[in-house]
Design a protein around this ligand. Structure first.
Ligand SMILES: Cc1cc2nc3c(=O)[nH]c(=O)nc-3n(C[C@H](O)[C@H](O)[C@H](O)COP(=O)(O)O)c2cc1C
Length: 209
């Protein structure tokens, strides 16, 4: 803890990105033909059973989700970071959007490319990723555009989905209404580097376990 007398100075900067450490999620969606896609992302937060997803509007994930109105928000554990990085420069969008052309290429099958196993979801049509210990099946509620590109087209959106079914690997579940935090190890995206959690520090006054 800093004391007011400590000689700390701040510097005003403009970081290129503001990914200050959020869990990685893999969004599975389907297109109009039922073909599945995986979109890695980390701009996600939950409030109750509502999730807000920050998505690029040129992504296949965004267009699939808006058109088909369903997704699975698969939450990977730390052990999947290399699988995720193996699909990081891929997009299911064909043709590849103009501003991604130098760094990304089209891939129709990110399950195979990343070494992920598909499994049927229970309440929505997109498949879940069996390798992910937490699977949040969700339906589209609404979205709003956060940012427009220089061409005037929507660039970034906040998409709200409602979770309608939750499945977890059995070893994480405590009864039917809790996840054991001691058994769960989320993958954290920290300024474009992958991290795990440190040791437990304490718990909230409302924690029931
Ligand atoms: C760890 C990680 C986190 C990412 N976070 C986001 C994000 O929060 N929102 C987003 O739109 N793209 C994010 N991306 C970039 C997308 O994964 C990338 O644009 C990808 O091509 C989307 O695939 P799609 O076009 O097949 O949906 C992230 C990528 C990685 C590897």
């Amino acid at each position: 803890m800093l004391n007011i007398t400590d000689n700390i100075t701040f510097k005003t900067i403009r970081p290129k990105i503001l990914y200050f450490g959020t869990p990685v999620a893999l969004i599975t969606t389907i297109d109009e033909n039922g073909h599945p896609n995986i979109g890695p992302m980390s701009s996600v937060w939950a409030l109750g059973y509502n999730l807000v997803l920050g998505l690029g509007c040129a992504s296949k994930t965004f267009s699939n989700l808006i058109a088909q109105k369903e997704c699975v928000v698969n939450i990977p554990s730390v052990n999947l970071h290399q699988n995720i990085e193996n699909i990081a420069n891929l997009t299911g969008a064909n043709p590849v959007p103009e501003d991604k052309k130098t760094l990304y290429r089209y891939e129709a099958d990110k399950f195979t490319a990343g070494g992920f196993s598909a499994m049927p979801a229970q309440a929505v049509r997109p498949p879940a990723i069996a390798d992910c210990p937490i699977q949040l099946e969700a339906v589209l509620e609404q979205y709003s555009i956060l940012d427009f590109g220089q061409d005037g087209k929507p660039k970034l959106a906040a998409v709200t989905v409602k979770v309608v079914n939750v499945r977890v690997h059995e070893n994480l579940a405590m009864g039917t209404d809790h996840i054991n935090p001691d058994c769960w190890s989320p993958l954290i995206y920290n300024f474009r580097h992958y991290y795990g959690l440190g040791k437990a520090l304490g718990k909230n006054f409302k924690a029931e376990l």
